[in-house]
Design a protein around this ligand. Structure first.
Ligand code: MLT
Ligand code: MN
Ligand code: ZN
Length: 298
């Protein structure tokens, strides 16, 4: 078996339902009336046997339990070969703490993201004698797992929330937020769970791609403000919205992309309700709304 991408979690930070949220979607999800979503993570293989996980979410324990392909194959043997982290956000790194227990794998990230992890001594729980931390340079392809290649590219974004100072640049382009190009086993895909805007570089990179997993955090920029849930817009959080003239639906409309899949969707996003008009609009524009457990093959 060749290339497979398995969505472990299609939700953004907090998941759906989020523990402290009484918004419409969270209430519906709690009642079992719309599907729940765990937090942002994708598992990928090129051969069906050796897997890499892109971003380690706080829900990783349940995600691994729910994905038979990632279950142990022996007493202390697992098909997981590596974890790649695309930024230092809590929803993408907190799950690393669950992966302690003296299990060997390689942890890939840029120097900038490794530096963030190194500044947090709690991550020493991943014994360096067992978990190898490997620094990856932007634009240099590397072997993420047997038969599976990856290369990283910068994506407009910001530093993690917990490192924000008094002023925050939300469209920094560097090592703090990256996208991933994956290839091997007869397939290829882009994985970009956080992105502040689609610049020319990104448009050129994605044009012609067979499969793109993309930041679907919000439907509209001020959705959380309108819902009375906070002051922050999507732009302030470093996330492009789906709708509107500056949104990702419009930005991708001119690109030739085979399958476009939204991931990292915040619980306020109306597309998470299968009966919503926004869901119909996104699907009419050719988007697949990601879902926990969804598997995509070439
Ligand atoms: C984000 O994607 O903007 C972050 O995960 C937000 C957060 O850290 O809570
Ligand atoms: Mn996030
Ligand atoms: Zn909510």
């Amino acid at each position: 078996m060749g290339f497979r991408a398995h969505i472990l979690g299609a939700g953004a930070g907090g998941g759906l339902p989020q523990w402290n949220c009484g918004c419409e979607n969270c209430t519906l999800a709690r009642a079992g009336r719309i599907p729940s979503q765990t937090q942002s993570s994708l598992a990928v293989t090129a051969n069906g046997q050796d897997w890499a996980i892109l971003n380690a979410s706080p829900d990783i324990r349940h995600q691994l339990n729910d994905c038979a392909a990632l279950h142990p194959t022996g007493l202390r043997e697992v098909p997981l070969r590596s974890v790649l982290v695309t930024n230092g956000d809590i929803d993408h790194v907190a799950g690393l703490l669950t992966l302690r227990e003296m299990q060997s794998f390689t942890l890939f990230a840029t120097a900038g993201i490794h530096e963030v992890l190194a500044q947090n001594p709690i991550f020493a729980a991943l014994n360096p004698q067992v978990v190898t931390r490997q620094t990856v340079a932007l634009g240099v392809p590397f072997r993420l797992a047997p038969g599976l290649w990856a290369d990283l590219f910068p994506v407009p974004g910001k530093v993690p929330l917990y490192l924000e100072g008094d002023t925050v640049e939300t469209d920094l382009v560097g090592e703090q937020t990256v996208g991933v190009h994956l290839s091997g086993g007869g397939g290829s895909a882009f994985y970009i769970p956080g992105c502040a805007m689609l610049n020319d570089d990104l448009r050129a990179r994605l044009d012609g791609a067979p499969l793109v997993f993309f930041d679907g955090t919000l439907w509209q920029d001020d959705e959380m403000v309108r819902a009375g849930l906070g002051e922050k817009t999507g732009k302030r959080m470093g996330h492009i919205s789906m709708s509107g003239p500056d949104g990702s639906i419009a930005a991708f409309a001119g690109l030739n992309v085979g399958r476009k899949v939204y991931v990292h969707m915040n619980n306020t996003n109306p597309v998470l309700n299968p009966a919503s008009p926004e869901r119909a609009e996104a699907e009419a524009a050719g988007w697949i709304i990601g879902q926990d457990g969804m598997e995509i093959t070439p």
